[in-house]
Design a protein around this ligand. Structure first.
Ligand code: HEM
Ligand SMILES: *[C@@H]1O[C@H](CO)[C@@H](O)[C@H](O)[C@H]1NC(C)=O
Ligand SMILES: *[C@@H]1O[C@H](CO)[C@@H](O)[C@H](O)[C@H]1NC(C)=O
Length: 335
C-alpha cells in the first residue's frame, strides 16, 4: 500500500513540477467536478432567484412552458454539450440548432430565457452564462411540475457554434428501438437505467401529431395501426390528429391524464400501451428495459431521486468552464 501511495504521490509531484516549470497554458478539464453549486454566490447572489422569478411569471400564463425548458435542457446538452448552443439564432450562412426541424417550431420559451438574461445583465453584467440559465430553468421546471427540488452545479460558459446538422446526429427520433436508444445514450455516457429514468420527462408536455401519426395511419406493410397502441387510446388520438392534417399539425398531451404533472405515471401508462411514441412504448415491450419500467411505475419515490441524479449528470455533458467559451451578452447571439 505504502509503495503505491508513494508512486501516486511522486506522479503528482512530477506532474506539478513539470506543470510549473513549463510555460504552458493549462486548460481546465470539463468534468462534473468543475461545476459547483452556488457558483454565483459572490459574483451575482440573486442569479438563481432572478431566473426563477422570470420563469414563474411566464408559468402563470402558460404552465406548458415547464415542459419546454426541460426539453430545451436535454436538447442543449446532447448537442455539443450544455453550452447554450440551442439558444443561438441562425445567421447568414449558418442554420443553427434552434432551426433544425427537431426544434422548430416545437421548442418554445426562448423569449422567456432572453428575458431572464436581460434581467441578469441589468443586475450583474456579463456574469451569468446562458448555459447556466437553461440548467436553472430545467430545475425550476422540474420543481414547478413535479415538486422535486435539486441543487444545480453551475459555472458553465457559453459556446460560439451552433449547427442544425448536429441535431439529428445526436438526438434520438421517436421511432428508435430500444437497442438504438441504448446506443444513443451510451455515446453520452448514460446507462440503460439512466436512459429509462430520464424518459420519465415525457410525463409532462405535448407532442405534435407528426411525431407519432405513423402509429395511427401508416405503421408498416402489414399493420396500418401500431398493434402496440391501446385501441381506445388510438381512437382518441385519431380524433386529435385527423389523417392528412399535417398543415396545422395540432398538439396532443404526452400524458393525457396529468399533462402538467411530472411523476411516474408516464411508466404506468406504458403498462397499458398508452405510450405516445413507439420509443416510449418500446421501453416496456423490450426485454432489456421492461423490468426498469415496472420498477419506476411501482416506486415513484425511487424514480424521483434517480431522475434528479440523471438530470445533474445530463448538465455536466461536455461543459465549457474556466476561460473556455464566453459569457454571452444576449443568449441569441455570440458576443
Ligand atoms: C429517450 C429518447 C427521447 C425521444 C425519442 C424523445 C422524443 C421527443 C419528441 C418526438 C417530442 C415531441 C416533439 C413535438 O413533436 O412537439 C418530445 C417532447 C418532449 N421531450 Fe422528449 N425525447 C426523448 C427523451 C427526452 C428526455 C431525456 C427529456 C428530458 C430530460 C425529454 C423531454 C421532453 C419533454 C418535456 C417534451 C414535451 C415538450 C413540450 O411540451 O413542449 N425527452 N420528445
Ligand atoms: C409490423 O409490425 C408488427 C408489430 O410490431 C410486426 O409484428 C410485423 O412483423 C411488422 N411487419 C412488417 C412487414 O414489418
Ligand atoms: C433571435 O431571434 C428571435 C426571433 O426571431 C428574436 O426575437 C431575437 O431578438 C433574436 N436575438 C438576437 C440576439 O438576434
Amino acid at each position: 500500500m505504502a509503495s503505491i501511495q508513494a508512486l501516486v504521490a511522486s506522479f503528482f509531484l512530477v506532474f506539478a513540477v513539470s506543470a510549473t516549470a513549463l510555460p504552458t497554458q493549462v486548460y481546465p478539464l470539463s468534468s462534473p467536478s468543475s461545476l459547483s453549486v452556488g457558483f454565483y454566490k459572490y459574483t451575482c447572489p440573486p442569479a438563481e432567484a432572478i431566473v426563477r422569478a422570470t420563469l414563474y411569471e411566464a408559468f402563470s400564463s402558460d404552465p406548458g412552458l415547464a415542459a419546454d425548458f426541460l426539453r430545451m435542457y436535454f436538447h442543449d446538452c446532447f448537442v455539443r454539450g450544455c453550452d447554450a448552443s440551442i439558444l443561438l439564432n441562425s445567421t447568414k450562412g449558418n442554420t443553427a440548432e434552434k432551426d433544425s426541424p427537431v426544434n422548430n417550431p416545437s421548442l418554445e420559451g426562448f423569449d422567456v430565457i432572453d428575458q431572464a438574461k436581460a434581467r441578469l445583465e441589468a443586475a450583474c453584467p456579463r456574469t451569468v452564462s446562458c448555459a447556466d440559465i437553461i440548467a436553472f430553468a430545467a430545475r425550476d421546471s422540474v420543481f414547478k411540475a413535479g415538486r422535486i427540488y435539486y441543487d444545480v452545479p453551475s459555472g458553465r460558459r457559453d459556446g460560439r457554434i451552433s449547427r442544425a446538422s448536429e441535431v439529428i446526429q445526436n438526438l434520438p427520433p421517436p421511432t428508435f428501438t430500444v437497442p438504438q436508444l441504448i446506443a444513443n445514450f451510451a455515446r453520452k455516457g448514460f446507462s440503460m437505467d439512466e436512459m429509462v429514468t430520464l424518459s420519465g420527462a415525457h410525463s409532462i408536455g405535448s407532442s405534435h401529431c407528426l411525431s407519432f401519426s405513423n402509429r395511427l395511419y401508416s405503421f408498416n406493410a402489414t399493420h396500418k395501426q401500431d398493434p402496440l397502441l391501446d385501441p381506445k387510446y388510438a381512437a382518441f388520438l385519431k380524433t386529435k390528429c385527423p389523417q392528412g392534417n399535417s398543415k396545422t399539425d395540432p398538439k396532443v398531451a404526452l400524458d393525457s391524464i396529468t399533462p402538467n404533472t411530472l411523476d411516474n405515471k408516464y411508466y404506468q401508462q406504458l403498462l397499458t400501451y398508452r405510450g405516445l411514441f413507439s420509443s416510449d412504448e418500446a421501453l416496456y415491450t423490450s426485454k432489456l428495459t421492461k423490468g426498469m419500467v415496472l420498477n419506476n411505475a411501482k416506486y415513484g419515490r425511487v424514480w424521483g431521486p434517480k431522475f434528479v441524479k440523471a438530470m445533474v449528470k445530463l448538465g455536466s455533458l461536455d461543459v465549457l468552464t474556466g476561460q473556455q467559451g464566453e459569457i454571452r451578452k444576449v443568449c441569441g447571439a455570440v458576443n
